[in-house]
Design a protein around this ligand. Structure first.
Ligand SMILES: [Zn+2]
Length: 431
């Protein structure tokens, strides 16, 4: 009896949690918030491809810049590579045989081309375009260019299943004995990046599948190096036996959002096949030619998917460093407008993203409207503030914070941006 009672209670609680989660998921739906916050829109003439509106483009650029800043100190260089390639490239890479139905074709002058579904083959061409020495390795190419995959229109779903997307894609070309060291660096980088967004994650190492390309011994070595890297980086992981790719083992990252849902984002994949197909080589210390190994890796995964995740994770209330509009200056009456504009100009000069709400509406209305747009700070300016060179600060979650000299507000806001403050803001979204 006791046990049955206990189970029933557990189920009721689980049911309540489940219902709560469904409601939260609906409120946080990135398609709904994307429209309300002016981030992006779609049109049926461009199925599966987003139109990024002003605020969405700001957010995108912030993420793209953040990723560049994170990668340059790690020794990456950024490339911009073609979007359309002759089918011969895809025959060489093996995509034409295995992936053709997912690629968008283009015909020109009797030749068949395709829009790229991934950056890897283009990066192989760049690597092969020069003589490489062991001294140059690892070589790390980063590329944020546009990709297309021909998803059936029935399965397209906002930003999470799109036909057009970009990745924070990179390929690291390493000598076989550099795998463990490179993967360990990568793991530490992924840990840092996710911490900046307050995201928890679980890691999975996928090993040799039943059907695979290459030698068993090579696979064993590769898997051993991945394990070594995971342990060196102090990363917990579970093993997904036999779930590796045809061409190499991989490490996948499953991000858990604020309401406990799983998103597959980052991936680190070892590849021995593309270097073979493209005949890549470097000159070793022994003066002989050797084959490099390629590590495919992305941390956000696709920008589109990652932005969908962030919108739903933060419920649209982005932390200050990511908020498309960081503050709205609200003049109380028309006569405070000039002062509001001059305060806003000082904030902008300091690098903050600021708007002035000079509409002829009541204060309460303008505050509510900024709250609905989830703008982090509202800066009210009236007679007292204008006389004292101040703004009355209101935070979207914490309410009134009192008056502050403009310069003090700027210093505090810049500090909050620098700290990113991901963790405390995420907790706020739990409420
Ligand atoms: Zn790749």
């Amino acid at each position: 009896m006791q046990r049955i009672y206990g189970t029933a209670f557990f189920n009721e609680k689980a049911l309540a949690e489940h219902v709560h989660r469904l409601e939260e998921a609906k409120k946080r739906d990135h398609r709904k918030l994307g429209r309300e916050l002016g981030l992006f829109t779609f049109h049926h003439w461009a199925p599966g491809a987003a139109f990024w509106l002003a605020h969405g483009t700001t957010l995108w650029n912030l993420l793209a810049g953040y990723m560049r800043e994170s990668l340059f100190p790690e020794g990456y260089v950024e490339l911009r590579t073609p979007l359309v390639y002759n089918k011969q490239l895809w025959e060489t890479s093996g995509h034409w045989a295995h992936y053709e139905e997912n690629m968008l074709r283009v015909e020109s002058e009797g030749e068949t081309y395709s829009l790229k579904p991934m950056n890897c083959p283009g990066h192989m061409l760049v690597f092969a375009s020069e003589v490489r020495s062991y001294r140059d390795l690892p070589i790390r190419y980063h590329d944020q260019s546009v990709l297309h995959r021909d998803e059936a229109s029935g399965v397209l779903a906002g930003l999470t299943r799109a036909r057009q997307f970009c990745q924070d894609d990179a390929h690291c070309f390493v000598a076989p004995d550099q795998i463990a060291g490179e993967v360990e660096r990568l793991l530490r980088l992924v840990q840092r990046v996710y911490a900046d967004f307050g995201l928890e994650f679980a890691v999975e190492l996928s090993t040799r599948p039943e059907t695979f390309l290459g030698e068993t011994a090579t696979w064993d070595q590769a898997e051993a190096q991945l394990r070594e890297a995971l342990e060196a980086a102090g990363q917990d992981y579970r093993i997904a036996e036999g779930e590796g790719n045809l061409y190499g083992p991989k490490i996948d990252f499953h991000v858990v959002d604020a309401i406990g849902r799983n998103w597959q984002c980052a991936t680190i994949q070892l590849d021995y096949q593309l270097p073979e197909r493209f005949q890549l080589k470097y000159i070793g210390e022994d003066n002989a030619e050797h084959r490099p190994v390629v590590i495919h890796r992305a941390i956000f995964g696709s920008f589109e998917r990652f932005i969908a995740l962030l919108i739903e994770h933060y419920a649209g209330a982005f932390p200050l460093w990511l908020a498309p509009v960081q503050a709205v200056v609200v003049p109380i009456a028309d006569r405070h407008r000039d002062y509001a504009e001059s305060a806003a100009a000082r904030l902008r000069a300091a690098g903050l993203r600021v708007e002035v709400d000079a509409r002829q509406e009541k204060m309460g209305y303008k505050i509510r409207s900024a709250q609905l747009r989830k703008v982090p700070y509202m800066l009210v300016t009236g007679d007292r503030e204008a006389a004292g060179g101040a703004v009355a600060v209101r935070h979207r979650r914490d309410g009134d914070l009192g008056a502050s000299p403009v310069d003090d507000f700027i210093a505090a806001a810049l500090d909050e941006v620098r700290r990113r403050g991901a963790r405390d803001r995420v907790q706020a979204t739990h409420r």
